[in-house]
Design a protein around this ligand. Sequence first.
Ligand code: NDP
Length: 245
Amino acid sequence: MENIQNKVVIITGASSGIGEATAKLLAQNGAKVVLAARREQRLLSIVDTIRQGGGDAFSVKADVVSADDMRNLAQFTFDTYGRIDVLINNAGIMPNSKLNELRVEEWGQMIDVNIKGVLYGIAAVLPTMRKQQSGHIINLSSTAGYHVAPTSAVYSATKFAVRAISEGLRLEESPTSHIRSTLIAPGLTQTELLDHITSPEVQTISSQIKDMGISPYSIAKAIAFAINEPDDTLVSEIMVRPAVL
Ligand code: NDP
């Protein structure tokens, strides 16, 4: 993992699950990590753990739905380390339900966090990466970004959108400004993602399948692999899913 050493990496949604696992794994491999999310205390405690293990980490409270918060996050990272090598657009929510439940507010939240959050992240780092003529933006989609299931229409739509954005970014930036764009598509992973489901029907289904999820470290390892590849190699897409599903 020698290419991860000293890279400056921003991770959104780093207060739990895949983001937390990724921050810890990258820091163990010598990256300088900036963890972002809304739950500040959780971030501080993870940063503390990383530093106790000899890693280099900071945290910034940021809501990905706010373009200002994302700009502040990028500015803090640049002021602290003088560059931004990698952005991991990982923050996401999945309050699934059937369309006929009309959970319109949750549809809006998913669109805001999962799509606009990714775009605001890109907007926050792109000018710096273009000036550097290097950088890497890693976007979290899902197996739901390839297939729709009952109850996942809106979530899937957001993750299809993340695929489109990631691909567009790759086509526009990789040949000219050497900014790499990677899509990571996890299948069911054991995190807090399912805990925020409010639809009783979906809660019942998710409690039955939750234990089949894989470890967030399996996803973190895929992300680390993409970062570690040399600059002339772009890992455009990785899907990692439970063997049993
Ligand atoms: P978690 O719920 O454990 O983590 C989600 C993270 O997103 C938290 O750190 C949360 O932090 C953060 N977050 C949510 N809303 C916001 C917001 N408005 N602003 C900033 N941060 C926010 O779930 P996962 O680790 O599983 O999710 C990570 C990504 O992986 C998501 O994009 C998800 O869609 C994707 N994924 C997950 C799968 C799974 O089965 N777990 C499968 C496929 C994809 P806080 O609340 O502190 O802000």
